[in-house]
Design a protein around this ligand. Structure first.
Ligand code: SAM
Length: 293
């Protein structure tokens, strides 16, 4: 349903409710002004309840809600655009691309995750996007000559992921003391980068290759959680952004915080030290500038 005023067209959702006015001058996306304002908020508090074969996808451990990925893709692209995810896992971004009418290419080093992604598409009746099995850097070299409108990914982490959650023992009132639980190894973390520096170097290498395939003025969005480890807070979003900004032509546009309501609170540090419970993820937004500023 449409109704037009000058360069503005009122759009309506499937239930007939107004979405606001879309301007034909909008070069970035297909959002109306009202939707644009909503999505410029630096914190995403919208809830994304588990669905789309969540149980199957959660074998991965680092899967992202496809509807959240759809919403992010809708901010940075127009319908029909192409999206590249060099670390696709079980395909949160690829499923989001299908939900938003975009096409996508995913790369994943662990074949089992691609198989799960394909099974989810079949069960949900969604189109299967192009996937490549292999190490991202090597696969990206084979894609030279292509152009993507948006790079959207969720990076792997380094060996810090395997650190124990907490030292010592804890007890609940009326119970015997128990050893603090160790971190459940993330199932996806088969290939770990041993140190933060090694990880940053590898991420730099992969992104440098991927950005060569991004159109000028295209955006890059990267899920990256911060961590508390070895008694210290590691602001990985800032560290990763800093490293990626050494790639010529990139600028940093935003750090969006996604409040992940599915995260459980843990008994970290109770009664002896302040240790945060990480219930958010960052989504850093970078842009490939067409002109040097
Ligand atoms: C954080 S997960 C992505 C999860 C994804 N967003 C989802 O919804 O399932 C990162 C993925 O990158 C993969 N990976 C790690 N190093 C890689 C590399 N060098 N090349 C390609 N994939 C890699 C891991 O196996 C893991 O599945």
């Amino acid at each position: 349903m449409l109704s037009s005023f000058m360069d503005k067209t009122e759009l309506f959702d499937d239930t007939g409710k107004s979405r606001g006015f879309y301007s034909s001058k909008n070069r970035l996306n297909d959002l109306t002004g009202k939707e644009w304002v909503f999505w410029t908020r630096s914190v995403i508090t919208k809830l994304y309840p588990p669905n789309m074969c969540h149980k199957l996808r959660s074998r991965h451990g680092g899967q992202k809600p496809p509807e959240l990925c759809r919403d992010i893709i809708n901010i940075f692209t127009k319908k029909g655009a192409t999206v590249l995810d060099p670390f696709m896992g079980v395909g949160g971004v690829l499923l989001g691309a299908a939900l938003s009418g975009r096409s996508a290419t995913g790369i994943e080093i662990e074949p089992a995750w691609i198989d799960i992604y394909r099974e989810v598409c079949e069960k949900e009746g969604l189109p299967v996007m192009e996937t490549f099995k292999g190490e991202a850097g090597g696969v990206l070299d084979t894609l030279l000559g292509r152009t993507y409108d948006f790079i959207f990914t969720d990076v792997p982490y380094f060996a810090m992921d395997k650190a124990p959650r907490s030292k010592g023992a804890y007890k609940k009132t009326g119970e015997a003391a128990r050893p603090a639980p160790g971190t459940r190894l993330r199932a996806f973390n088969d290939i770990t980068y041993r140190t933060k520096d090694e990880w940053l170097e590898r991420m730099h290498g992969v992104f440098a290759g991927a950005i060569g395939l991004l159109r000028p003025d295209g955006y890059i969005a990267v899920f990256i959680g911060d961590m508390f480890c070895g008694g210290e807070y590691h602001c990985l979003s800032a560290e990763l952004a800093g490293k990626l900004l050494t790639i010529p032509g990139l600028s940093w546009k935003a750090n969006i915080v996604w409040y992940d309501v599915s995260k459980k609170l843990h008994l970290y540090g109770y009664q002896y030290a302040y240790i945060p419970s990480m219930i958010h993820q960052n989504i850093i937004i970078l842009k490939k500038e067409s002109r040097r500023r």
